[in-house]
Write a protein that binds this ligand. Structure first.
Ligand SMILES: [Zn+2]
Length: 495
């Protein structure tokens, strides 16, 4: 008897919060972490008679998301009511889009251990978030509702069921998050729930075209859990089907404590929501002039930027990946590189400046030292020193005012004190001694103090040169090692 081989069919629905200051249909703040129910009004509480007004910036960002993912824009789309009853949805419906979404089609490229693959999107539509149920707060087992999140602008990115493994699903989410974050559409903050995913998972015998019955895994909020939850779900379904059982369509959730998916409820179908066009909202029209304006705000795509850094700045693929972990890190890297190039201009006659490109030099220093002290939070990243100052420090290394080792100490000082690199170098006397006559004086003193070592050196123990270098460097803190070697060679060669 041969075992049937199964393949997984996975489609992801991602809810990404649009990076606006205010909500989708009212002026309440979207900032995260405020005391419960302090950012609310009649509109987002869903009080009868309150009328929604769409947030222009949210729509612009949703269009930008579509442009960044190669979607086709629908110039006149429509808001629809998705009707269901739940404590976190006090209106009794969510404003979403149904038959006429803002963006259709589109695609993105993912990279896994098997290579690259293009995955198609079905649509990207605009909707509002629900409030948040807070379980087990207050007196013991109470569930309370925080409406601060209610009405937060979201896009839902619906992908085609073209993913075949948990690894592909994870790669898809990372690629999507990078694209949206670098387009300034979403802050990419999984912990705060501004990028979350539902996964539709089914299995079918290899070679069969028809999809199996799918289960929807709800609200997975970390890349690690996505992978674990999907792997678990594939194995669970295979075990059921292989033993002759039947998969029931249902909504499941990932329990990170039990490391398994658990059944929540039987899955609703679209007809259960009784969608209809929202009578409070006119068609959503994006005319050509507005589209042209939005188009000018779309930044260089992250994939293109990584490629350009490798081509023009000599970075490795790994460097490019690390320095594009966050949009502000990428901006900082580019600002420091261009500042170093400016500071170099005019000094390029010196041979040693041509040794490493400015981009590579900045990339190396950032990876070795600077990234350790950066904190990122949403679309913001805070650097304890400006890009221009970092470039100033590296310029001091390039013109040999200080060496690379001292540069690390100066950088630590810059972080601790906020002072400029040149001020630290001069106030601490860290500049390398480049005065040949001063070095020669010390070289002669050192040699005069060690006649025995000199005699041995002359007798052929040439490795004693290191001994002299060490003594001279010790006496002349911050001397340029190349100069010390040069002078020492000359003096030791004297008869
Ligand atoms: Zn409000």
């Amino acid at each position: 008897m041969s075992h049937t081989q199964y393949e997984a069919v996975i489609g992801l629905e991602v809810h990404a919060q649009l990076a606006t200051k205010t909500k989708m249909f009212c002026g309440c703040s979207t900032s995260y972490g405020a005391a419960p129910n302090t950012q609310i009004c009649p509109v987002c509480l869903g009080l009868p008679g309150a009328l929604p007004v769409p947030n222009r910036q949210a729509i612009a960002l949703a269009v930008r998301a579509g442009l960044s993912l190669g979607c086709t824009l629908r110039k006149s789309s429509r808001f629809a009511r998705k009707n269901y009853y739940y404590p976190d949805l006090s209106k009794g419906y969510q404003i979403s889009q149904f038959d006429l979404p803002l963006n259709e089609k589109g695609s993105l490229e993912i990279t896994t251990s098997a290579g690259t693959k293009r995955v198609n999107l079905t649509r990207i539509h605009v909707e509002e978030d629900a409030a948040k149920n807070l379980h087990g707060v207050g007196a013991g087992t109470d569930t309370l509702v925080d409406f601060n999140r209610a009405g937060t602008p979201l896009i839902e990115i619906v992908g085609e069921p073209e993913l075949r493994s948990a690894e592909e699903a994870e790669a898809y989410l990372k690629a999507l998050r990078d694209i949206l974050m670098f387009a300034g559409v979403n802050d990419g903050n999984l912990e705060e729930g501004s990028f979350r995913c539902d996964a539709n998972v089914s299995i079918r015998p290899v070679g069969q075209e028809k999809f199996g019955t799918r289960c929807e895994l709800k609200n997975i909020n970390s890349f690690k859990f996505v992978r674990k939850a999907i792997d678990y779900e594939i194995a669970r379904q295979e075990a059921i089907v292989s033993s002759g059982g039947t998969i029931f369509q249902e909504t499941r959730t990932w329990s990170s404590t039990q490391e398994k998916t658990l059944s929540l409820r039987s899955k609703e179908e679209a007809q259960d929501y009784r969608y209809f066009a929202d009578p409070d909202l006119p068609p959503l029209v994006v005319d050509d002039a507005w589209l042209a304006e939005i188009r000018t705000t779309v930044p260089e795509p992250i994939a293109a930027r990584r490629e350009r850094w490798q081509r023009e700045l000599g970075l490795t693929a790994y460097d490019a990946q690390v320095l594009s972990a966050h949009p502000r890190i990428a901006e900082y890297f580019e600002a420091a590189t261009s500042s170093l190039e400016t500071q170099r201009a005019g000094k390029l006659a010196k041979d040693n400046l041509a040794k490493a490109g400015a981009g590579k030099r900045v990339a190396n220093f950032m990876q070795a030292e600077a990234l350790r002290v950066v904190t990122t939070n949403g679309l913001e990243a805070s650097f304890p020193c400006s890009a221009e100052r970092l470039a100033g420090l590296l310029a001091l290394v390039e013109d040999e005012t200080i060496n690379g080792k001292i540069a690390k100490d100066v950088f630590a000082d810059m972080i601790a004190t906020g002072k400029a690199p040149a001020d630290i170098v001069s106030s601490k006397g860290l500049a390398q001694v480049k005065d040949t006559s001063a070095i020669e004086g010390t070289v002669r003193e050192v040699i005069a103090k060690h006649p025995k070592e000199l005699a041995s050196f002359k007798a052929g123990k040439t490795n004693l040169k290191g001994f002299f270098v060490g003594r001279v460097m010790g006496a002349l803190k911050g001397a340029n090692p190349a100069l010390v070697n040069e002078v020492l060679d000359r003096v030791l060669a004297e008869p």
